[in-house]
Write a protein that binds this ligand. Sequence first.
Ligand code: PSU
Ligand code: MN
Length: 295
Amino acid sequence: MIQYSSEVRAALVEKRPLVALESTIISHGLPRPKNLEVALEVEEIVRSEGATPATIAIIDGVIHIGLEKTELDRVANDENFTKASIRDLATATASGLSAATTVAATSHIAHLSGIEFFATGGLGGVHRGAQESWDESADLLALANIPVLVVCAGVKSILDIQATLERLETLSVPLIGYRTKKFPGFYLPDSGYTIEHEAKSAAEIGAIWRARKEVGTANTGLVVANPTPLPLNPTLHERLLKDGLAKARENSVTGKAVTPFLLEFFHANSDGESLKVNIEIIKSNSRLAAQIASS
Ligand code: PSU
Ligand code: MN
């Protein structure tokens, strides 16, 4: 049920640094044809920093850790790819389905194969109105239960950021700002919330990661918040957020469709601006994750 690419297998055997990459951003987070282009570019960035990229997805019921070009092409272009979180792994593999993996599912699979470092765009979290809808991403529980370090640009403003930060605290997930004490809001480098701990270098983050073992807290994940190098115009951001949330309500979008719906709304209504930002975020996070893995 699990297949490694030759590149990933060699890196695992030789104990060289690896970085897991998720596939939901490819299949459901970025529009075609840019998605394939970005997926390939991001892998190249990881290699250029001396680590091996392991993009993770489920193809025809097989969990792939590391994708060949033709497989990446399918994730990017095949309409039949659903979005798999942890609970979907057994159904997808047993039924021969194809699915892209979320942060939660990617962390789970990375850990299965001994990969400790993972780069994504933004984490899932507590949705606005969660008091009513109970919509909280499985990413949060995964971070609490799976020892994988995730580099992200914070959580998207489509979420309830304060509630998400409170949940991360309750779940005892360490949170480190990379060269910042401002919690990034994905499209914006500052969400208005602060982070207690700031690391100045990849090596410092690597040291914190290893220190978890000494103090007996190596059973959880760890979030590295890396602010976007290219901010979206705050006025445009404000408008997109207001209109996107209203449209989601209007169309009664629920469950796992919520995040892709809002992302698609941002891309479709910002004249490409949110897409540009999204791409820079993924690239920058992948570079940092590779530097941490190599440190
Ligand atoms: N953030 C992004 N782009 C994405 C996602 C998050 O910038 O595509 C995806 C990730 O795969 C994340 C998932 O794990 O959305 C969270 O979905 P949900 O809210 O349904 O748990
Ligand atoms: Mn949800």
